[in-house]
Design a protein around this ligand. Structure first.
Ligand code: SF4
Ligand code: SF4
Ligand code: SF4
Length: 176
């Protein structure tokens, strides 16, 4: 085989290896659960200590009324949000349903979370076209720089709707 042919074959093998590494790292990331140090509470609380004082008297009303079904209940009976199937519409229903003053409409605020795209896991950042996160974002908070580099901008409300739509689990939520 000629030298230039060898260089071509070698280049092709390296390309295939890189592609395999990328997809195996993307696949393994799908299996892992995201670790969350703090709980992400519904967007209507003023005092964290009230969850521990009051929620054990309640039969999880907020979780029952949430149409998005994103409110889950911990073993100590306090509510937290899980975006694996949806996001928060800020509809107020959980606050209206809370009879114990833990969630109140007067305390409404944006969710205390910072949402970012992990460039190592994101398909677009790894040269494979994907716009899956863009459509569910009604706040137009994801900019695609040069078509392939999605970045979350300051319009993000931390609603979480983009998270379950990402095929490689590349959107991270940090609870503040
Ligand atoms: S505001 Fe609405 S969508 Fe958000 S957690 Fe409460 S009930 Fe669910
Ligand atoms: S409805 Fe209020 S008291 Fe009941 S679990 Fe939810 S936050 Fe706690
Ligand atoms: S979490 Fe932010 S980027 Fe994602 S859909 Fe909601 S507003 Fe858009």
């Amino acid at each position: 085989m000629q030298t230039h042919q060898l260089v071509l074959v070698f280049g092709h093998i390296i390309k295939q290896m890189k592609r395999r590494e990328l997809f195996s790292s993307l696949a393994s990331s799908l299996k892992g659960e995201k670790k969350q140090e703090k709980l992400l509470r519904p967007p209507y609380f003023g005092d964290e200590s009230l969850f521990h004082k009051e929620c054990n008297k309640c039969d999880a009303k907020c979780a029952t009324v949430c149409e998005e079904e994103i409110i889950k209940i911990t073993s100590d009976k306090t509510p937290y949000l899980n975006f694996s199937n949806g996001g928060c519409t800020y509809c107020d229903e959980c606050a209206i349903a809370c009879e114990f003053g833990v969630l109140k409409i007067d305390d409404k605020k944006l969710l205390r979370a910072h949402v970012t795209i992990n460039k190592n896991k994101c398909l677009s950042w790894n040269h494979t076209m994907c716009f899956s996160c863009k459509d569910p974002c009604l706040d137009n908070a994801i900019d695609f720089k040069a078509m392939f580099m999605p970045v979350i901008n300051e319009k993000c409300t931390s609603c979480g709707f983009c998270i379950s739509r990402c095929p490689t689990d590349a959107i991270d939520v940090k609870v503040l």
